[in-house]
Write a protein that binds this ligand. Structure first.
Ligand SMILES: [Zn+2]
Length: 299
């Protein structure tokens, strides 16, 4: 597929693709803040989390508005977290990557769906230690659908086996871990997430993705331990990492206690690392295989 639309300068197409990605990222910021709280992602429109003033369209332009407003609400001056433009810029970058890989094609749109769901899940897990079914189940469904249509990296067979094996392997770790360690080793949200990654990327991608996630998770965990930081200990869930004011979804303490589970001290949620591992294997897989040739059999 020709990366440019016929008759339109490539620079203009690139700008449009980046804008679409930025708008998707802006929408993901809403998803990240509202889905864990069980709120509608459609209405009401974006409001300042402190003064509740509706945000005008010209103050809601991805990245640009945050810069123009110098990270403050126009009405009350409350600080707006740098995470908002970061998510927008991240998805804009991915949209450009998907366009470069597939052109203006349905496959590029599919890739944007995959990355959007992974980004939303990663940040929700960071904030709340939850991976909502409202996002993990659509991840599995869209993965199977895209693979069935032949528009993703996996065949339908590889995707179906990937979804099943991803679920089965982590479910086993979760159940056995809980029996042996007498504490939750792996949440069931991670089980559904890995199933979704299997549905999108195929069964062969599961092992490298889990490897990448584990190595990076361990490194970050050890660094946080060494710094004496880390995520919430008992009694102080989710707030320690300082999510932006707008993204505080309801009462994290209530969410954490809902399934009678408190994040361990100096622990980091695993979901963001699984999401990162999946994206790394998708975009940097060839590079990783060059460094670790034995992983080549999974490509
Ligand atoms: Zn305000």
């Amino acid at each position: 597929m020709d990366p440019a639309a016929p008759g339109v300068p490539a620079g203009l197409v690139a700008a449009w693709v980046a804008l679409v990605g930025g708008v998707v990222g802006s929408f993901l910021n809403v998803v990240i803040a509202r889905v864990p709280a069980g709120e509608s992602i459609v209405s009401p429109g974006s409001r300042c989390p402190r003064c509740r003033t509706p945000i005008a369209w010209y103050d809601n332009v991805p990245v640009v508005s945050w810069l123009a407003l110098r990270a403050r609400c126009r009405s009350c001056g409350v600080r707006i977290s740098a995470r908002y433009p970061l998510v927008e810029a991240l998805v804009a970058g991915v949209a450009l990557l998907a366009w470069a890989r597939h052109g203006l094609a349905v496959a590029a749109l599919g890739e944007l769906v995959l990355v959007s769901l992974l980004v939303a899940l990663a940040f929700i897990d960071l904030d709340t230690w939850l991976l909502p079914h409202a996002l993990t189940w659509p991840l599995i469904a869209t993965g199977l659908a895209v693979s069935a249509a032949g528009l993703g990296p996996a065949t339908l067979q590889g995707a179906a086996i990937g979804a099943a094996v991803g679920f089965g392997a982590f479910a086993l770790v979760s159940v056995v871990g809980e029996k042996v360690l007498r504490k939750e080793a792996l949440g069931f949200g991670d089980v559904w997430l890995l199933s979704g990654i299997g549905a999108w990327m195929g069964v062969a991608a599961l092992l490298p993705v889990v490897l990448l996630a584990s190595v990076q998770g361990s490194v970050v965990g050890l660094v946080l331990l060494a710094l004496g930081k880390g995520q919430p200990g008992p009694g102080q869930p989710a707030e320690a990492a300082g999510p932006p004011a707008a993204a505080v979804p309801g009462d994290p303490a209530a969410l954490a206690s809902a399934d009678d589970w408190i994040p361990p001290r100096n622990a980091v949620p695993f979901g963001p690392f699984l999401a990162a591992g999946a994206l790394e294997w998708l975009y940097l897989g060839d590079l990783i295989v060059r460094g670790v040739p034995s992983l080549g059999i999974f490509r």
